[in-house]
Design a protein around this ligand. Structure first.
Ligand code: ATP
Ligand code: MG
Length: 232
């Protein structure tokens, strides 16, 4: 589903990604972990075609990036730091805009379903710029899953969510995983990552420093594995 070979990303003279090799099979749920500044967001932005690689090959859903970005985007759902929402549109109008962009037909019922799922049905006619941060994050999650994409990229999706919304997101992620969707999620919440992911990759010093399948890790051992990968 995702194949990354020798990916390098530079910002000016700083090299953030130093030859990342990364492969995700259909139906895998990869937790991408690593310290602040490791390059997780940079990496996900490249996978989402929101940033360009400096060097290396990136293939998502069988399409090359950056040259086939339109095909990739149609198959992706993304939750990023920038919520990709329009402040001067209502919640409902934002979802309608994306539904049309994704070419969904009969999207009215799907939009209502998503608004109920994210708990914003009573605020559907309010402008997004009047939303609290957590409400914007809820809508960003709704936007990402709206078109039921094959691949979902979630960058710290729990940030800013209250208890109810976090539980909602747990359920959303469990559901998409059960449906065989492919997920890559960054998080600093190791307990949550451990509960959801089938594989744990540690990004450190510009490369994937360690990777373990859930089966390889003993229960509640993710923290030890993480620390060892950073020390190594
Ligand atoms: N547009 C940019 N221009 C210059 N440097 C950048 C840019 N975007 C990111 N960086 C740098 O790249 C490095 C990695 O940043 P990134 O946001 O990818 O880290 P991260 O692993 O997501 O961290 P966090 O856990 O804090 O979210 C940082 O040193 C950051 O300053
Ligand atoms: Mg980040």
């Amino acid at each position: 589903m995702i194949t990354v070979t020798k990916l390098v990303k530079r910002f000016g003279y700083k090299t953030i990604l130093r030859g990342v090799d990364f492969e995700v099979q259909p139906g895998e749920f990869v937790a991408l972990l690593g310290p602040n500044g490791a390059g997780k967001t940079t990496f996900l932005r490249i996978l989402a075609s929101l940033a360009r690689p400096s060097l290396g090959e990136v293939k998502v859903a069988g399409y090359k990036l950056p040259s086939e970005a339109a095909q990739v985007r149609a198959r992706l759902g993304v939750v990023s730091h920038l919520p990709l929402l329009y402040g001067d549109l209502t919640a409902e109008e934002n979802l309608r805009f994306y539904a049309q962009m994704y070419g969904l037909t009969n999207y009215r019922s799907r939009i209502t379903e998503v608004l109920e799922m994210i708990g914003l049905e009573t605020r559907r006619r309010d402008l997004v710029r009047t939303f609290s941060r957590g409400m914007q994050q809820r809508l960003a999650i709704g936007r990402a899953v709206l078109h039921d994409p094959q691949i979902m990229l979630f960058d710290e999706p729990y940030t800013g969510l209250d208890q109810d919304a976090s539980t909602m997101l747990d359920d959303v992620l469990k559901t998409v995983a059960a449906q065989g969707r492919t997920v890559v999620m960054t998080s600093h919440d190791l307990a949550r990552a451990e509960a959801l992911a089938t594989r744990f990759d540690i990004l450190s010093r510009g490369v994937i420093a360690a990777s373990a399948a859930r089966k390889q890790l003993k229960k509640s051992n993710l923290l030890a594995f993480y620390k060892q990968a950073l020390a190594g």
